[in-house]
Design a protein around this ligand. Structure first.
Ligand SMILES: Cc1ncc(C[n+]2csc(CCOP(=O)(O)OP(=O)(O)O)c2C)c(N)n1
Length: 293
């Protein structure tokens, strides 16, 4: 979670200096959702992340340098400068590249889960969907397909207060969890990484036992605007202040302190240095270099 936060903070700096291609989409305050769900998986499982799930990619081995190269549009980046932000994947890491069209990853990942079921492989597929994205036809069709086929698919719902500037009550009746269409459903505190981790492990087990899919709705809050170009003036400052007190990293830190399991003091400094070093390496990388399209 801390690595995600540091990488994103560094990306914001690069954006403000005019280095990045396009905007920067933060997951500030919701890092537990992407990280703890992905950490519950095995290496054989497959994820299909969305824009706010950079943490899930870091959890599965993507490096800060790759992410910086990608945002800078460098030819030596994961997509060779063809794509921006976190739109890259990798078969060895079990990452299917994000798809911009909201909801579209649900049927794609249901397809991956179908192949696991057909081949009798003990693997699960996982993807994420925002409250806004859950209003798309693709989400409904994909989840419905997974339900009727009993697929090993975990759809993580990110109920984070806003879809761009639209709050959930302006685009859905009732709670997001009511969109489960018969999938096994859980609602958890998305800012409590331990709860997210435990329920994600349970979701995986349910899928492996043939009782999937699982719709795991994580209640959280988007602490920044939709992206860096959005100053979130439509968000009530009191609401932001309330959620700031529920920061997922501070929560885990307090728990670790209680267990006397806090990492060595140099841990944070080393993480910071790593992110700075990899950002500098990406910045000095060749802008173009024999890219064949
Ligand atoms: C089908 C589709 N419609 C519209 C968009 C433009 N769009 C991108 S992100 C976004 C808001 C997404 O909100 P939500 O799903 O709640 O996720 P969050 O940004 O809160 O994480 C919109 C409308 C899109 N990418 N795809």
């Amino acid at each position: 979670m801390q690595l995600t936060r540091l990488v994103e903070e560094r990306l914001v700096g690069l954006f403000r200096q005019g280095h990045t291609m396009g905007s920067v989409y933060r997951s500030l305050g919701q890092e537990a959702v992407a990280c703890a769900t992905a950490l519950a998986l095995g290496p054989e499982d497959v994820i299909g992340p969305m824009i706010r799930n950079l943490g899930s990619m870091l959890a599965r081995g993507a490096t800060p340098k790759e992410i910086f190269l990608q945002y800078l549009g460098r030819a030596t980046g994961p997509s060779g400068g063809r794509e921006h932000n976190n739109h890259f994947g990798g078969v060895p890491r079990g990452i299917i590249a994000p798809t911009s069209m909201l909801g579209a990853l649900v049927p794609v990942m249901a397809g991956a889960a179908l192949s696991f079921k057909q081949k009798k492989e003990q693997r699960v597929a996982m993807t994420w969907i925002g409250d806004g994205g859950s209003s798309t036809g693709a989400f409904s069709e994909g989840l419905n397909f997974a339900v009727v086929q009993n697929l090993p698919l975990i759809v993580v719902g990110e109920l984070n207060g806003f879809a761009y500037s639209t709050s959930p009550e302006k685009q859905m009746k009732g709670h997001m969890s009511e969109r489960s269409q018969g999938a096994y459903t859980m609602v958890v505190d998305g800012n409590n990484s331990l709860e997210v981790l435990e329920s994600s492990k349970r979701a995986r087990q349910i899928c492996l036992e043939g009782d999937g899919p699982v719709f795991l709705v994580c209640e959280t809050f988007r602490m920044k605007g939709h992206a860096e170009h959005d100053d979130q003036r439509y968000v009530d400052p009191d609401q932001l202040a309330r959620w700031a007190k529920k920061d997922p990293i501070a929560h885990l830190e307090a728990w670790l302190r209680g267990q006397r399991w806090l990492p060595e003091p140099e841990f944070l400094q080393q993480l910071n240095e790593r992110v700075d070093r990899e950002a500098e390496e990406a910045l000095s990388a060749e802008k173009a270099g024999g890219l064949k399209i």
